[in-house]
Design a protein around this ligand. Structure first.
Ligand code: ADP
Ligand code: MG
Length: 687
């Protein structure tokens, strides 16, 4: 239970004065639902207000503060035209204060004729006259001192003004309690950080206050590390099941190739971990096409040989289906029951799968998040494999832990070479196996960058490729992060290509119904369609070896790691492959450099590092999949600079006081609640 002291700041946002239905939407768009969200919505900049006693054309464009006296009102005939208040400064210089779309009673009341008022706002030139549209502040002269000379600027959305935002922030701050200190005293002293509440107030008052911001960032990183460690500690307490298969199923596999040295090494490491009573927590990192699926299958079979079950979680429906097919194909002829479960499976089929899991009839389950849902009961879950998945935070891990008497072993697979600091942020300390060796015989991928104005040439090249028996992906750009517009772009492109290529063109996008998606993927995999127009739903994992050309429209709008993932859809067969990056016309310096890097490098590590540098952590981990993993206060720079200290601090605290019962331990609990790691707190004895 969240401590009472935090209740005021966790109040719903409409508890703040002035938040009515009109503001609900704009606030929601910014993700501001409670006072605490507002408190953590830190300003991004600052305005300096020039205090003056004389209106001056030279100040046009600046925010000024000045005492003015209204001389007359100019009401307009039409409702659309603005209401104007003419005013003068102490020397008789004139300015017109402009109010749109309001009842004129309001400006009349604010600015009574003949009475001086302190007015602040942005001065503009209007022909050779001066005007100020909707002054930010109008107060009696004796209250002028209440208008700050410097004012924080917030991220806003339509319908939300900075004034309003500032007011909400002040209200949220007023609700922020003094909290007991959770940071290690020597670290506090060394960093000279302010206490939590003061840090929050300072970060709002001055966005350039690096020390205050750093403290808040540290709190967030610390809460994350502490939560991960508590999950780990609880896992250890529960212990895992040592699993040692006898190899009989793995010996029956008929593979068309021999595992690479790197695959063999990873399999050995995983086997070693699974044999322990401490649950495995291992990251399998391997560039696109390095053969992670085979390693996963071996681990799953190891579990089945030992009489346990295995589960494999994929981030999308398409990938889940594909893994299911792949695993079934690889394991054909083996006495192993493999099933699939996604949100789409309903009714009788779902019931049958649930039964099979509960009575052990099913050995391996592949699926989306549905496989860890409440109703899913396993007879004996020994291993969970998480594929291409960056959202697997503390809460999910606990759901998984709930699925078995003993904590299951966990293998997380990723193609995105996540830098160490990020791995730590999202997974905590994990052991890592790297597939640093590609399967032999891989054909190189040639990457070309072309202006999208040369679309006709691109389509001709596509025609030659297809008539020579090849297959190709055509990826449409992300339009404004909105699925609907992605879909429209993909549909339009598919229509255009159909004019020339007829029913050789297939289409797949995220908004399609499940069975239609499957059908489109299956048709392409079976070479019944030769051109697959797609959105980024094909980003990860899709494996059609005969496809050796990929065309990516609007390539400059994608992240580098994402382009690398997409490019990894080709180069999987025995033919040399081509990746065509189509770019917009007016590209900036950075955009050019980024595409050039794609052309030159096929090294996922280098590309990911560059991407992190250029775009920040949110991008690499996919902000579109926002959720638990998102950091609100800490920047990637904060993470790099502070994570080691936060981890050490968290570990020290847990070593000394595993139940978080001491005063500092109690303070740390408050920190966990503040960052909504409630799930982790429930792991403590006596919650
Ligand atoms: P990823 O690591 O991107 O998930 P996959 O597991 O999909 O890679 O493997 C990519 C392709 O390489 C698949 O077609 C797979 O069958 C093949 N493959 C995997 N291991 C080997 C190997 N040792 N030798 C040859 N081909 C392999
Ligand atoms: Mg894969």
């Amino acid at each position: 239970m969240r401590p009472d002291i935090l209740n005021p700041i966790f109040a719903e946002i409409d508890a703040l004065k002035g938040v009515g239905s009109a503001l609900a939407r704009p606030l929601e768009r910014l993700g501001l639902r409670r006072a605490v969200d507002v408190a953590f919505h830190l300003p991004t900049g600052m305005v300096e207000r020039k205090l003056t006693d004389s209106l001056d054309m030279a100040d046009a464009g600046r925010i000024i503060g000045i005492t003015l006296t209204a001389t007359d009102y100019r009401a307009s005939g039409s409702a659309r035209a603005p209401f104007r208040v003419h005013a003068v400064d102490g020397r008789g210089n004139a300015v017109s204060l402009v109010y749109f779309g309001r009842n004129s009673g309001w400006p009349r009341k604010l600015l009574p004729l003949g009475e001086p008022r302190f007015v602040s706002g942005k001065l503009e030139s209007y022909g050779d006259a001066l005007q100020m549209v909707h002054p930010d502040h109008v107060v009696p002269p004796e209250e002028a001192a209440t208008i700050p000379a410097r004012e924080s600027i917030y991220g806003l959305s339509d319908g939300l003004t900075n004034n309003r935002m500032r007011d909400l922030a002040a209200q949220a701050l007023a609700r922020a309690p003094d909290l007991p200190e959770w940071i290690e005293p020597s670290l506090m002293a060394r960093k000279d950080w302010p206490a939590w509440r003061e840090a929050l107030a300072r970060a709002h008052a001055d966005p350039a206050d690096a020390m205050a911001r750093e403290r808040l960032a540290y709190d967030e990183i610390f809460a994350g590390q502490l939560a991960l460690m508590l999950v780990r500690q609880a896992g250890r307490r529960r212990r895992g099941v040592p699993i040692a298969g006898d190899g009989r199923l793995r010996a029956m596999l008929k593979l068309p190739f021999a595992p690479t040295g790197a695959q063999r090494r990873a399999m050995g490491e995983i086997e070693g971990d699974m044999a322990q009573a401490t649950p495995m927590l291992r990251l399998l990192q391997g560039d696109v096409g390095s053969g992670k699926t085979l390693v996963a299958l071996m681990a799953l079979l190891n579990a089945v040989e030992a009489g346990a079950q295995g589960a494999m979680l994929a981030p999308t429906e398409i990938l889940a289906r594909q893994h299911y097919e792949t695993l079934r194909k690889m394991a054909s002829g083996l006495p192993v029951e493999i099933a699939i479960l996604t949100g789409r499976d309903k009714g009788k089929a779902r019931e049958a799968t649930l039964m099979g899991l509960a009575d052990g009839g099913i050995d391996i389950l592949v699926g989306t998040h549905a496989i860890f849902q409440e109703a899913v009961r396993y007879r004996k879950l020994g291993l969970a494999v998480i594929d291409e998945q960056h959202r697997f935070g503390v809460a999910q891990r606990m759901m998984l832990a709930d699925k078995a008497e003993r904590a299951p072993h966990l293998l997380v697979m990723t193609a995105t070479p996540i830098p160490r600091t990020l791995t730590l942020t999202y997974y905590g300390e994990m052991d890592v196996s790297r597939l640093d060796e590609m399967p032999p015989g891989r054909q190189p991928i040639q990457t070309l960058v072309m202006a999208s104005t040369r679309l006709d040439e691109v389509v001709d090249a596509l025609a030659r490729h297809v008539s020579a028996g090849g297959q190709a992906y055509w990826v449409c750009p992300l339009v404004e992060e909105s699925e609907t517009s992605d879909q429209a772009a993909a549909e339009a492109r598919a229509e255009a290509l159909k004019m020339r290529f007829g029913d050789r063109v297939g289409l797949v996008h995220g908004r399609m119904k499940g069975p239609d998606k499957d059908a489109a993927m299956a048709a392409f995999a079976a070479n019944r369609t030769q051109i697959l127009v797609a959105t980024t739903v094909i980003e990860v994992g899709v494996d059609v070896p005969n496809a050796s050309l990929i065309i990516i429209e609007g390539a400059d709008r994608f992240g580098l790691a994402q382009l690398h993932q997409l490019r990894g859809r080709v180069g999987r067969g025995d033919k040399p492959s081509v990746c065509l990056l189509l770019r917009g016309n007016a590209l900036g310096e950075t955009a050019r450099a980024r595409l050039a890097l794609m052309r030159e490098s096929n090294d996922g590590f280098r590309i990911a590092e560059e991407d992190l540098r250029l775009r920040g952590a949110g991008e690499i981990l996919g902000t579109r999949q926002s959720g638990e993993a998102e950091l609100r206060l800490a920047t990637p720079e904060h993470v790099s600079a502070l994570i080691d200290a936060a981890r050490d601090d968290a570990r020290l605290l847990i070593d000394r006081d595993g139940g978080l019962a001491s005063p500092r331990g109690q303070a740390a609990r408050t920190c966990l609640y503040l960052f909504e790691k409630d799930a982790a707190v429930t792991l403590l004895r006596g919650g």
